[in-house]
Every structure is written in C-alpha cells, then in structure tokens.
Ligand binder design. Structure first.
Ligand code: SAM
Ligand code: SF4
Length: 349
C-alpha cells in the first residue's frame, strides 16, 4: 500500500486570532510562538546543499553575545514566544552553548528549548546540554554509508554522528529525531537504510525536501525527491505506512506510522506541500537580523537596536512590525520566487 499525501485544506489556517489578541499575529491571522535562533554561521562540515566549500564567515564581533540573544528572547517571550530552537551553522561549534541553553531556560514563558545539530560534536556535549535544560534534539543525518556521508558533507565524521545520537539517547533525550535531507538521483539509496536505523533504535526520522537555499544555480525543482516518492521507497523497502491518526495538521511534518506499529516517519514537504499558512516561526540570525520567513528577502536589524541603547518596547515594536509584514508564503513553486541572498547556513535552518 502506498500512503498518499493529505491535501492541506485551504481553510485550515491553524491557530486563529481574535481582535483583542495581544500575541504576535500577522495579517493572515497566523500566531507566532516559535523563535529559531542561529548562534553561528560557521560549521565543521560543508553539506553540498547548504554551503559552498569556501565561505567568508561573519566577523566574530558581529555575532550576538549570549546576553544579547537572551535579552531579545526575553522581549520575544513577552510577545507570546514560548518555543525556542537553537540552530546555525552548526550550533555546537559555538563555545559554551550549554551556558546559553541554561540562560534561555530561565526566561519566564519559555516552555520548550530545542536544538538542531549535525551531531559531530554531540557525544561530547550531550550530557552538558541535558543538564542545562535542553530536552529536544534533532540530528541531521542523510545516510548510513560513511563514504556517502563524506560525499554529502565534504568531511569525514559519520561514526562521530552515530556516537552522538546514541549518547543523546543515553543521557535522556527522548525522542532523538533524525532530519534527513533527500535529493533526487543522489540520496534515494539512503532512504531505506536510514529509516531502518531509526526503527531499530527507537528514533523518529523526518525526511526533508530539498529547498533553494544554497548557492545560486544549484537547486532545480527536478532535484527534489518529493515526500510522495520517499513514502513509496519506504513502503516498498520496509513496509506499508498510513497517515498517523494523531497527526497535527498545523505541524510542518506530515506524520506516517508503519502498519506493523514499529515506528513513525515524518515528511517536511516544503516544496510539494508548503505549510506556510500554518507557519508560526520567526528567526534571529547569528548577526542579529530578524527574519519573518526562511525565504524572507527583507530583515529587521535587531542587533542595531540592541547595541544602540533602544528600549525593550522599541525592540518589541520592531518584532511586531516584522511579523505584521510577513508574506503569505514562499512561492518556490512560482515564477515570482525570489531566492534570499543568505545561504541556509547563515539563515539558520
Ligand atoms: N548544522 C545543523 C544541522 O545540520 O542540523 C543546523 C543547521 S542546518 C542549516 C539545519 C537543517 O537545514 C538541517 O537539517 C539541514 O539538512 C537543513 N538544510 C540545509 N540546507 C537545506 C536545503 N537546501 N534544503 C532543505 N533543508 C536544508
Ligand atoms: Fe553545516 Fe548543517 Fe549546513 Fe550541513 S546543513 S553544512 S551541518 S549548517
């Protein structure tokens, strides 16, 4: 059996607001409670779909300090942000990251702190992150083949990632989620072994459609391995799946369960089934720019406000204005699509 992709109902617009609502609400009624914070644009690998081999990184003096990040997060929490995810670049290359986690965990109103990592440094840091208050962890891994890993990331390190995933489980992270990016004619063979690894180790796996956030000219629509293709590979290679009965229609991942009851698979179908109308995210880049969308072409210079002696009220107003100006959707599938200048590693995925 092939599990088909449900259609996102145009009228299912997620958590709607009321006129008296004080939360971060855009002109389409989307309520924003989720802040993704990039802590660095640097990375210890070079995934081909994310960054070129040679990159000019941000100046260290341009990176927000932990104190600046925490001040912004505190203001955002006052506007209804209750979920934070740390990302990058590779967040674990930022020195003392557990300290930042502990500082963020103390902000009133922040209920949930997550981290997305490539896992290379995770075995060393998992216990400290757990003790600092981190509870959600997503590890990006696109293959179970060390040679293919080095081809995708342009670096060795496969064994360290596996060690990091197992260590994260050992110190208490449950679930550990695996993010696997899928590219046509490049990673089809990786899909089934990755999903089997996840099933065998009690991990949740989510496959992500390739998006045009890398070097100009590299991405082609024909290179996207669509969620429907991945479902077919899994159904044939492992066993039949069906849409999860408790699937949240507003969550970015479409969830599927194996009919044998042994595991769940998610699909982040950003290209074939954009979830823009239920988007609840804003993003802060490592150099302090607020983005109201992964694909935003305009940014708000939060760093200038933080370093310019502006009040929390002024910063809050800037966040509100950014959210109010959010576009309806990303338009990847239209001729109107404009690729952002920043590459994925400097936005924060
Ligand atoms: N370095 C960390 C990692 O790899 O998990 C965090 C940052 S990375 C930019 C966050 C996520 O973005 C990863 O799961 C990665 O696979 C995904 N990503 C990177 N480039 C992408 C692209 N062009 N399309 C879709 N996802 C992408
Ligand atoms: Fe680094 Fe993550 Fe980008 Fe890969 S996807 S190059 S690990 S930032």
């Amino acid at each position: 059996m092939n599990a088909s992709l449900p259609i996102l109902n145009d009228f299912d617009l997620g958590d709607r607001s009321t006129a008296a609502d004080d939360r971060l609400i855009d002109s389409f009624g989307r309520v924003h409670n989720n802040l993704r914070i990039s802590v660095t644009d640097r990375c210890n690998v070079r995934c081909v779909y994310c960054m070129p081999e040679s990159v000019t990184f941000m100046q260290r003096s341009d990176l927000l300090s932990f104190e600046e990040i925490v001040r912004f997060a505190r203001v955002a929490a006052g506007l209804g942000i209750d979920k934070i995810r740390l990302t990058g670049g590779e967040p674990l290359v930022r020195r003392d990251l557990p300290k930042l986690v502990a500082m963020l965990a103390e902000i009133p109103g922040i209920k949930d702190i997550g981290l997305t990592t490539n896992g290379v440094l995770l075995a060393d840091l998992a216990a400290d992150l757990w003790n600092a208050g981190l509870r959600r962890i997503n590890v990006s891994l696109d293959t179970m083949n060390p040679v293919k890993f080095a081809e995708i990331t342009r670096r060795p390190g496969f064994e360290r990632v596996i060690e990091g995933i197992l260590k994260a489980r050992e110190v208490g992270f449950d679930p550990v989620k695996i993010n696997a990016l899928a590219i046509k004619n490049f990673t089809e063979e990786e899909v089934v072994p990755l999903a089997e690894f996840a099933r065998a180790n009690g991990l949740e796996i989510r496959f992500i459609e390739y998006m045009p956030l890398d070097e100009v000219g590299r991405w082609r629509r024909s290179m996207v391995l669509f969620a429907a293709d991945i479902l077919e590979l899994l159904s044939k290679g492992i066993g039949p799946l069906a849409p999860a009965t408790d699937d949240d229609p507003r969550a970015p991942a479409l969830e599927y369960d194996y009919l044998d009851g042994r595991g769940r698979v998610g699909m982040i179908a950003s290209v074939s089934r954009p979830f823009c109308m239920s988007c609840n995210r804003i993003r802060l880049t490592a150099d302090g720019k607020l983005r109201n969308c992964l694909f935003a072409v305009e940014e708000t210079d939060v760093k200038a406000l933080l370093r310019g002696g502006e009040t929390d009220e002024t910063i809050a107003r800037a966040v509100r204005e950014s959210v109010a100006g959010k576009h309806e959707g990303h338009e990847i599938n239209s001729a109107r699509f404009v690729k952002p200048e920043r590459l994925m590693h400097s936005i924060g995925g």
